[in-house]
Design a protein around this ligand. Structure first.
Ligand SMILES: Cc1ncc(COP(=O)(O)O)c(C=O)c1O
Length: 426
């Protein structure tokens, strides 16, 4: 699952004690394990090998340059959703042709930037965007290779905010309209509409929604072929699960067992856009306890991390397992799940310093006794963790550290008060 383990009663990332990292780099601190990132990437690569699939790591899930570099060295291509993400992957020397650009609202500036550097694919979400993409490309004397994002109207059975393949969401074009779009845009100057893109939601912890969505899409591809439109590539998106509350995510091989037979033997280039399945379990957020206080029957641990560092609990009610880095009595958790209630533990809410009641990181958790100055680890925070951080309340964004074996490297320095005010010195 990952390389965060308790050894002699203290949390280690690979061969480095988490407490030593917090001492050296201060808190709040994101800590990532290189071994875990590589392992999750390689498992997906091995599982999809029969398709010779192109794995485009979804940069939105974790955008640190060092992590992108590590994944590029593993062979990853990249999925970006903004000019900023494009800039990040160019910064690490990714081949432009290995980049796919998704998103419902690409601006003209972003489109021009992506065309000028020569990215591989635009994942296009509407007829209006195709018109715009075609005309910008034509005006620059180039052809944009485009995949139409279809909305297969499949329920991924995940949080409503991260459900993206149902008709009522803003994403893609429904399958009936997709047929017409291929007819209308097949031979437009500036456009090579030759791919289909899907992304049904995240996390999708069962395989059936993928099977349903891919099956519907392949039927569309066959119909388009009968109508004379050649679709050369299918991008099945991301959304594969990670372990947050126990071991709830299917292994890469379990997804592949059902998905590979659907796609194998078809003359289609296959792409995937995994994010959280690669990086969620590869990161923890370390935070220090500032104060503890009681209110009615509740006990609050007020820590130095906040929703500005980890938004997911407040945004989605997301669960992140929390446990002290050096638990009293060496009470090591036998598993990381919300139903853990061991002898010697007490119920707490872990909250941050931000002036909002929504500023919580974990609620109703049974933890060993914790004192001011103790460290707590919030697990499985490698995806949609740091990337969603903000400066609300003029808080400084956390530092990030990458561990490999017994070595730890600062990969993003903690922000300073100068970083806060510099853009406003205009
Ligand atoms: C188009 C697209 N592709 C890929 C992803 C990555 O999803 P995940 O991190 O769950 O794999 C997302 C996430 O929102 C997405 O919108």
């Amino acid at each position: 699952m990952d390389h965060f383990t308790y050894r002699d009663g203290v949390l280690c990332c690979e061969d480095v004690e988490a407490g030593a990292l917090a001492e050296e780099f201060q808190t709040p601190l994101y800590v990532y394990s290189s071994g875990t990132l590589r392992e999750h990437y390689r498992r997906l690569q091995a599982a999809t090998a029969p398709l010779d699939a192109t794995i485009c790591f979804s940069v939105k899930s974790c955008h640190n340059l060092a992590i992108l570099r590590l994944l590029k060295d593993c062979g990853a291509s990249f999925d970006v959703v903004s000019g900023g993400e494009l800039r990040r992957v160019l910064e690490i020397g990714a081949a432009p042709s290995s980049i796919v650009f998704a998103g419902v609202g690409k601006t003209d500036t972003e489109i021009a930037y992506a065309l000028d550097v020569g990215i591989g694919w635009f994942n296009v979400e509407s007829e209006a965007e195709l018109v715009n993409l075609g005309s910008i490309a034509e005006s620059r004397g180039v052809t944009a290779r485009a995949a139409l994002r279809v909305n297969p109207n499949v329920d991924p059975k995940t949080h409503v905010y991260t459900t993206t393949g149902k008709r009522e969401t803003k994403f893609g074009v429904d399958l009936d309209r997709a047929r017409k779009v291929f007819c209308d845009f097949d031979r437009r100057p500036g456009l090579d509409l030759s791919g289909i893109h899907l992304h049904i939601g995240s996390p999708v912890n069962t395989v059936e929604p993928y099977v349903e969505a891919i099956t519907k899409t392949l039927a569309l591809i066959d119909e388009l072929s009968r109508l004379g439109h050649v679709v050369s590539a299918i991008n099945i998106g991301g959304g594969f699960g990670a372990h947050y509350d126990g071991s709830e995510a299917p292994a890469a091989s379990v997804y592949a067992e059902r998905i590979v037979p659907l796609l194998k033997g078809r003359s289609l280039d296959v792409m995937l856009e995994p994010g959280r399945s690669t990086c969620a379990n590869a990161g923890v957020l370390l935070t220090r306890v500032l104060y503890s206080k009681a209110s009615g029957d509740r006990r609050f641990l007020i820590v130095d991390a906040a929703i500005t560092d980890l938004l997911r609990p407040a945004l989605y009610g997301a669960f992140h397992f929390a446990w002290p880095v050096a638990p009293a009595g060496r009470l090591v958790p036998p598993r990381r799940s919300g139903d853990l209630k061991l002898d010697g533990t007490g119920r707490v809410d872990i909250v941050g310093p931000v002036c909002e009641s929504g500023d919580f990181l974990a609620k109703d958790r049974w933890l060993p006794p914790v004192e001011r100055g103790d460290l707590i680890s919030l697990f499985s925070t490698g995806a949609y963790g740091f990337v969603m951080s903000s400066q609300y309340n003029s808080r400084l964004r956390a530092a990030e550290v990458l561990v490999a074996g017994n070595r730890a490297r600062l990969i993003r320095r903690r922000e300073t008060y100068d970083d806060l005010v510099a853009p406003e010195r205009v």
